[in-house]
Design a protein around this ligand. Structure first.
Ligand code: FES
Length: 477
């Protein structure tokens, strides 16, 4: 399912790595974070090589809603209470700077990426919460305001507004920014040892290595797999007469997101933990909401995104671990990939250049909070369940009984396996043991994928890897 961004842009094909090269910095991952970081480093005179397993923007960047905003939901009041004024202020301020930095780059480089300045709104049915959030945002230095009546037809008591935010076409921006960078595509990193990065088609020796490929796939040290979980969320693009001026998100879990791109209104929501697929269909729920709010609209694209979630809602940006002083990481962006990617680029550029950045401590991966401990205990329970499930979960049907277009863990002549029956009746059989750490995978009927409930790896119906931390597909049996 192609996003509106993939449907409306075409990236150029870049070569794969050949042989062995030497560079100052190797960036693993050619998404928004990797490209922005490499660009900032090159601007500072540091030679950087980007290694991308697929094609630039081909991971999560192509699936974003591409809102560039420092308004990360209803967070100001909560951050002020839980993290204290200094940390909360720094978090907001660096994200405000990230929004300005996108503007600066796009203007100075003359990038044609459909940039529009707009206000960002978070709506809620709780008037008191909105009042507190507005006050908190103002205390943290944002020129926020409250508005009782908003242009979308959701039931709410109003919204908190952050002015001067932005939205754009992420793939057009990425393609233009990558123009003068050294990028190797179809170059899958298979191993990182010290300063050596091995790939499927050559190797890179670098003074510094930056892990910017969504999920840091080296398990030890730092154990990022135990410190984050992954969530999926869904978007539909509607062709409608409506033209929204602002971009919106609701407060709470069961919420909807809105933004306009050209003649399309992007409606998002239905988030859930990866591997915990709901019955009923996420796209169907979004379409139902669209029918109620925009009865004249037509769905022209559907797609989904995967996000890494940290326990304290702040990304991990900085040194990978104290045992690996020349490795850096950027991950755990929650649902705020665009601003977090720019924050990562600015922080990591300074760290590599040896410049003290005032915001470094906020994002330091070495931090450890009480919230994280609670989350780790909760997630470990899920991991144990996922690991033991494969020993006790018996298949409910045989491969022959499976309906066309359906997948399930089924009994096969080779034993228990994951099976998908195509519309033509062909069986695609895979191993349902996740190659990351051995949990049993779940079938996702919405997207026809095999998803891991432990740390969020995903595989297509034929077993090819879509999302890590796993580094290989599930072998065809
Ligand atoms: Fe870790 Fe599957 S992603 S076990």
């Amino acid at each position: 399912m192609d996003s509106i961004w993939s449907k409306t842009s075409k990236g150029k094909k870049r070569p794969s790595l050949e042989g062995d090269v030497r560079t100052d910095v190797a960036v693993i991952g050619g998404g928004m974070t990797g490209i922005l970081t490499a660009w900032q480093l090159e601007q500072a005179g540091i030679h950087t090589v980007i290694l991308e397993a697929d094609q630039i923007g081909g991971g999560q960047t192509k699936n974003t809603t591409a809102k560039i905003t420092s308004q990360h939901g209803m967070f100001c009041h909560r951050f002020l209470e839980k993290k204290g004024e200094e940390k909360a202020r720094n978090y907001v301020q660096v994200n405000q700077e990230a929004v300005k930095e996108y503007n600066r780059i796009i203007m100075e480089e003359g990038i044609d990426c459909d940039l529009t300045e707009c206000a960002s709104y978070v709506y809620s049915s709780d008037g008191e919460k909105l009042r507190k959030e507005t006050e908190a945002a103002r205390k943290l230095g944002v020129n926020a305001s409250f508005e009782a009546h908003i242009e979308i037809t959701v039931s709410c008591a109003g919204a908190v507004i952050f002015p001067h935010q932005a939205a754009f076409h992420p793939l057009k921006f990425l393609e233009a920014l990558a123009r003068n960078l050294t990028v190797y595509e179809d170059t899958m990193v298979t191993e990182v040892r010290g300063h050596q990065v091995k790939t499927s088609c050559g190797s890179v020796r670098a003074d510094k290595i930056i892990f910017a490929a969504h999920f840091p796939f080296i398990n030890f040290p730092s154990m990022y797999f135990a410190r984050m979980h992954q969530e999926r969320s869904y978007v539909i693009a509607l062709e409608t007469e409506e033209r929204l001026k602002g971009m919106y998100i609701g407060d709470g879990k069961e919420t909807l997101s809105f933004r306009q791109y050209d003649k399309y209104l992007l409606l998002g929501g239905q988030a859930h933990r990866t591997g915990e697929n709901r019955a009923g269909g996420q796209y169907e729920e979004l379409k139902k909401a669209a029918e109620e709010m925009y009865p004249q609209s037509r769905v022209t694209a559907c797609w989904s995104a995967q996000d890494c979630m940290t326990a304290d809602e702040i990304p991990f940006i900085g040194r990978y671990s104290k045992e690996r002083p020349d490795w850096y990481v950027a991950t755990g962006f929650q649902k705020w990939g665009m601003s977090s990617a720019m924050v990562s680029a600015l922080l990591l550029k300074d760290m590599v250049c040896g410049i003290q950045n005032p915001y470094e401590d906020v994002f330091a991966p070495s931090r450890f909070s009480a919230e994280e401990l609670t989350q780790i205990i909760k997630d470990s329970g899920k991991a144990v369940k996922g690991l033991t499930k494969r020993f006790f979960h018996l298949p409910g049907e045989t491969a022959a009984e499976l309906l066309r277009g359906h997948g399930a863990v089924a009994d096969t002549p080779q034993g228990k396996a994951g099976v998908y029956k195509t519309e033509e009746g062909k069986l695609c059989q895979v191993n349902i043991v996740c190659p990351h750490m051995g949990c049993e995978l779940n079938w996702n009927p919405e997207e026809l994928t095999w998803d891991c409930p432990c740390h969020g790896s995903r595989f297509d119906r034929e077993g090819n890897l879509i999302d890590g931390p796993a580094r290989e597909g599930i072998c065809h049996e």
